[in-house]
Design a protein around this ligand. Structure first.
Ligand code: KIV
Length: 289
């Protein structure tokens, strides 16, 4: 099957080839885990642009418009400065570029922590302006009331426990979490609280493997691992990481391509051809009829 398709400029919707697929739904993802077992692991990647979404869509169950776009797209030092406007703009682009995967948009730091009401207002804005199906927010037990508030009001929520990058100023860095018994118990408790509050899935990031295994066995909803365990119900990576866009590669990332090298080589060839006037050639030049 073709992995690419056109945007219909009249409707801003994807025009798939060869045939439209029905978009997956949040309940369908939730039901992938039955009686504690997920036969078909859930595939999730980040996407920030329409074209990226087009290329990833057919291969993924979930596309996450992660607030990691702060570092990846905007060159920010962390996800803390990311705004709701950024998430809304990129979320809408990813929904326009996809027709199969469930699109989830991250709630940025400061847009949901103050109260369940604040979270509802901002999550509703993301759903309305982007067309995404769900939001993701970071934090465990402290966010359980908010997760329940949103899910009872029609907003599906994906939780995120373990290493929570928005809390980098409190954590002091991006090291793996759960190395002490107390911290491990807290992370497991966080995941249980989110599941009880109605989260349809939970990202487990940057934890020592036994914690991810314990949570996956303990909660009824699917777990999505990143730097966690192959035993999670699904996996997520930042797409640019697995494509080799950056020199710094976190230990938990497998690099499937070296896109940075390809881009640099193409730019070098273009620059050489501009300088020696071999570009544009005859094929790229308009002549009078
Ligand atoms: O922002 C993000 O990309 C994420 C994933 C790494 C899970 O939260």
């Amino acid at each position: 099957m073709s992995t690419t398709f056109q945007l219909d400029t009249a409707t801003s919707r994807a025009n798939p080839t060869p045939a439209p697929m029905k978009r997956l739904t949040v309940p369908a993802i939730r039901q992938r885990k039955k009686d504690g077992v997920t036969k078909e692991p859930i595939v999730m990647l980040t996407a920030y642009t329409a074209r990226q979404a087009q290329l990833l869509d057919a291969h993924c169950d979930l596309l996450l418009v992660g607030d990691s776009l702060g570092q990846v797209i905007y060159g920010l030092p962390s996800s803390v400065p990311v705004t709701l406007d950024m998430m809304a703009a990129h979320g809408a682009a990813v929904v326009r570029g996809s027709y199969h995967a469930v699109v989830i948009v991250d709630m940025p730091f400061g847009s949901y922590e103050a109260s369940p009401e604040q979270a509802f207002t901002n999550a509703a804005r993301l759903l309305k302006e982007t067309g995404c199906a769900a939001v993701k927010l970071e934090g465990g037990e402290a966010m359980a009331e908010t997760v329940a508030f949103l899910t009872r009001r029609g907003i599906p929520v994906m939780g995120h426990v373990g290493l929570t990058p928005q809390a980098v100023n409190q954590l002091g860095g991006y090291n793996a979490r759960g190395r002490t018994r107390a911290e491990a118990a807290k992370i497991v408790g966080d995941a249980r609280a989110l599941a009880e509050a109605g989260a349809f899935a939970i990202v487990i990031e940057g934890v020592v493997e036994p914690i991810a295994v314990e949570i996956t066995a303990a909660v009824p909803c699917p777990t999505i691992g990143i730097g966690a365990s192959a035993q999670c119900d699904g996996q997520v990576l930042v797409t640019e990481d697995m494509l080799g866009m950056f020199e710094r590669v976190p230990r938990f990332v497998k690099v499937y391509e070296n896109i940075a090298e390809t881009i640099a080589e193409a730019a070098a060839t273009y620059a050489r051809e501009v300088r020696d006037r071999s570009f544009p050639g005859v094929e790229q030049t308009y002549q009078p009829k």
